[in-house]
Design a protein around this ligand. Sequence first.
Ligand code: SF4
Length: 357
Amino acid sequence: MTERERIRELYGKGQLPPEEYAPLIDERNPEEAEYLFSLARERCHAVFGDEVYLRAIIEFSNYCASDCNYCGIRRSNGKAERYRMSREAILTCAGRAHSFGFRTVVLQSGEDPAYSDEEICGIVRDIRREFPEMAVTLSIGEKSRESYQRYYDAGADRYLLRHETASFSLYKRLKPANQLLENRIRCLLDLKSIGYQVGAGMMLGAPYQQTDDLVQDLLFLRQLQPEMIGIGPFIPHKDTPFRDFPAGTVELTLFMLGVLRLMFPEALIPATTALGTLDPKGREKGILAGANVIMPNVSPVENRGKYLLYDGKICTGEDAAMCSACMERRMAAIGRTISRSRGDAPGWEKKDRAAGC
Ligand code: SF4
């Protein structure tokens, strides 16, 4: 058996030792990638069947107190047109998503201190009361453990907080000096221990990123064991310090999706909008590489074009009805069906919650 055959057999069984991660990534080729994707699809099918879960994203504020070098809504970008949605507007938007069959709503914003914990809890409680069969995912950045606990007690089930990179040196180049990887990791560990389904993930093809950084991501994810893993290619935004760096590639993103599916057979892994931005069939390719979640944007159309973390973002014009129908068609074309369930991580059950905020 050749060395490559040995590696193929090990990753087919999900038993690749960490020292093989770098050669796996560096020496990938189209034939190996296809083999990897076929294994990833099999593994995904064994756990989830042909179903793909939909998550309705509501981007409710594009204010951000942070200043990440890659992000179009960073604090220093004076050209970003800012908006905030009211509690009532968010509830209306969640209601529309519910009426089109979405059973998870993802509330996403920059690091916006204008929303107090009480307000976030109130929004979560409103949605859970009006639409009890809907899961609520939060994606609102780094908070204290106490805040995370309050949101959980109010009814939030999942929390997305991409670690972006597990490499301390790369993190410093991507993030402002006052944002530390140690705190990001602390947040993720707090979220896990509270009982959330936790989503981490990294950017692929980020400026200065090396293979070793990706190896550190895989090792970190192996330790964290997140229920959700979101990865996407870096795409430059014209009003950021990283405007002149080349975008990451669809090819590497798909390859890493396949690797992650084999490492985490039960994880909820989205084929992200960024993938669809770089390639019109990017999301379909992501599903065929091992992803099993699609996250359409259902924010009010007038805000869509303002939540631009990167240039060229797709789906800034359609409303929730069109998104839902479009995804259904796209998934049917590749032999997948859209699940109308909440789509929790296998085996996850909510720990008893306290009285709420
Ligand atoms: S990546 Fe997130 S935290 Fe960083 S500037 Fe953008 S919205 Fe803010």
